[in-house]
Design a protein. Structure first.
Length: 646
């Protein structure tokens, strides 16, 4: 290899018309390691894309009354828009419907066919169309469903081509034994080895019951199995067959980063295909865990998806990327909640990092007229600060090499917190009162600004916007994009005398109650807008439409303020024989004892929600005027709780 290169891939994603934050997790991780390797001086390739063939996509297109490619084009655009919004800098976006990819897939298929490793036979077994996966009866779960998604499987009998995967069982086990780091995390390695030792069967690699796929090069009546097709995109992305020099530079791939649910395809099927094609195997496959929310793994069918576009619009791309990388140890499952998300922003980004930048730049402006000082007199704390910095940078590098993003960020924040402590130890505001200590004050502020320079460069792989904002406030003229990892480790790399550019806080604190209040207002407005639109179209709503709202009279039993909130009340109500708990944002309008005993009107069939950590099962109806005054809707005569409003 003539140069230092680094090649990372994410899965070629299935074009689903409902994006969620789980889609961003793998791609953010891949983008982060690529940007780190670029800081180290590597020439990089980062491939992502869309997996556009298969039965389920053909069926989805038919359901939308569209041709498959027409249906897919719009969804692919939404993927690219999301990656742009997330500031993901991929090198190539591979679409499996391109002529180049078709050429590569057919080449590999024909090579294995000519070698005698692909043959025609009849497939009899189960197939999960949503997962595009073949299953034997013994592999189904306890419900006789797909073990991956627990959806129905269908019995399939059709003439197919088969790949002699069983032929490579021993060779694959020998490879895994000789390359213990090939599958990461290590616990996944044991799972895959046990799967292989149970006995590999030949793999069905064609379908004849539909035609949306790459045609089998020796039989136009068949299309190539979608997983055989999709995996070869990792070769297409680096111009396999079209640019031999590029291919030689970047293959084998350094890392395939995938979700743990598709690890088997990447660590058993893909290596077997490459072995049969006499090609080197990738250096590593990393199977990360799931990002979970209430109700388990995010999925469109469960209706528990978190919209990444909405999160980026509300909180910014840096906050979203930081949370994904910091909150969850890469390789394990982790949970998402809006509360923990906002707490991370406020504690780590606003309090620790943002406060360090704001305090330091303000002191340079106040004590040295906005010019970075020199300062020749060291303090008793300088050596320890630098020791922590060098140790942190070494640990960040070590953890990023192992894709331990959360630990790497914790090491960086250890330095940020230590630098904040340095301010408290040296007390620049006290030094500023004594002219004889001006050199020491200058040294303190120079060390702080120099650490901010190093922290800004260190953040480049993780956060796409904050480092540039820090760079501008520090006043450095050199382009941030020209900095390297060596510049991070170099103390004193900041030019004295630079003019700072004090700006607004880069991470303002977020009021979690205000955020929930705004969400509630957005939801209310959306409902009102929809109703107005429907009224405009048809003037009236039908009785049946009104009947969809389950409006009930409820008696308020108990009311208390939610700890830590100025706006929210937790309300216990009686709804006939049933008791419910509600969360209402009315604390500024009602004291708890003002509501107790009242009979109010509520929507009883609202979808349950968790607000500020408290479950809410319904919504209290209230009216408000333009001045913001609010009154809860009550009944003026005694009526049994649970009575239906109609």
């Amino acid at each position: 290899m003539s140069k230092d290169t680094f090649y990372v891939t994410t899965p070629i994603y299935y074009p689903n018309d409902k994006l969620h934050i789980g889609h961003t997790y793998t791609t953010t991780a891949a983008d982060t390691i690529i940007k780190f390797k670029e800081l180290q001086g590597y020439e990089t390739e980062f491939i992502t894309g869309s997996d556009e063939h298969g039965q389920k996509l053909q069926q989805a297109a038919q359901e939308h009354g569209m041709e498959p490619l027409e249906y897919i084009d719009g969804i692919v655009t939404s993927f690219k828009d999301l990656w742009a919004k997330l500031k993901v800098d991929y090198t190539e976006f591979v679409r499996t419907t391109t002529p180049e990819h078709k050429e590569d897939v057919q080449y590999i298929f024909k090579k294995l066919y000519d070698k005698g490793d692909i043959y025609k036979d009849k497939y009899e077994g189960y197939y999960c169309t949503p997962c595009e996966t073949f299953w034997k009866e013994r592999e189904l779960n306890e419900n006789d469903n797909c073990p991956d998604c627990d959806r129905d499987v269908e019995w399939m009998e059709e003439e197919s081509y088969f790949f002699k995967m069983s032929k490579y069982e021993d060779q694959l086990l020998d490879f895994l034994d000789s390359n213990p780091d090939f599958i990461q995390p290590s616990k996944r390695r044991s799972e895959m080895i046990n799967f292989i030792k149970d006995g590999l069967e030949d793999l069905c690699v064609s379908r004849a019951s539909f035609d949306w796929g790459v045609p089998v090069p020796v039989d136009d009546e068949h299309v190539i199995y979608v997983w055989f097709d999709a995996l070869i995109s990792y070769l297409t992305g680096i111009d396999f067959q079209r640019n031999q020099d590029k291919f030689n530079d970047y293959w084998p791939a350094d890392i395939h980063i995938v979700g743990k649910d598709i690890l088997r395809f990447h660590t058993i099927i893909w290596p077997s295909i490459l072995m049969a094609a006499d090609m080197p195997l990738p250096k590593q496959v990393f199977g990360h865990g799931f990002l979970l929310v209430e109700g388990g793994k995010m999925s469109k069918s469960k209706g528990n998806v978190i919209d990444p576009v909405k999160l980026i619009d509300d909180f910014g791309v840096d906050a979203v990327r930081y949370y994904l990388l910091r909150e969850i140890a890469f390789g394990t499952d982790g949970s998402y909640s809006t509360e923990s998300f906002i707490q991370r922003i406020n504690s780590d980004l606003a309090n620790d990092l943002g406060n360090l930048l704001n305090r330091t730049v303000a002191m340079v402006e106040k004590y040295f007229d906005g010019q970075i000082p020199v300062g020749k007199v060291e303090t008793d704390y300088d050596a320890d600060l630098e020791s922590v910095a060098q140790d942190a940078f070494a640990r960040i590098e070590e953890n990023l090499e192992q894709l331990q993003f959360s630990t790497a960020l914790e090491e960086l924040w250890r330095l940020i917190r230590r630098t904040n402590k340095y301010i408290d130890q040296t007390k620049p505001w006290v030094l500023a009162k004594d002219d004889s200590k001006r050199d020491k004050l200058g040294r303190v502020l120079y060390n702080l600004m120099d650490n901010l320079r190093r922290i800004a460069i260190s953040l480049v792989p993780f956060l796409p916007e904050a480092p540039a904002k820090m760079w501008k406030q520090i006043g450095i003229k050199e382009d941030l994009a020209d900095q390297t990892w060596e510049d991070v480790k170099t103390k004193g790399g900041l030019e004295a005398g630079l003019e700072i550019n004090k700006g607004a806080p880069i991470f303002p604190r977020i009021d979690i109650e205000e955020y929930y209040a705004n969400l509630e207002a957005e939801d209310t407005k959306a409902v009102a807008d929809k109703e107005e639109e429907e009224m405009t179209e048809q003037d009236y709503i039908s009785f049946d439409e009104f009947g969809q709202l389950d409006l009930r009279v409820a008696e308020v039993l108990e009311v208390e303020k939610i700890e830590g909130s100025d706006k929210l009340l937790k309300v216990q109500v009686e709804l006939g024989a049933e008791k419910r708990q509600l969360v209402a944002g009315i604390s500024k309008h009602y004291q708890p004892d003002e509501l107790t005993g009242k009979k109010i009107v509520m929507i009883a069939n609202m979808e349950p929600a968790t607000i500020f950590g408290v479950e809410s099962n319904g919504m209290i109806l209230a009216a408000s005027n333009d001045e913001g005054d609010l009154t809860v809707t009550t009944v003026d005569r005694d009526i049994a709780s649970g009575a239906k409003v109609k």
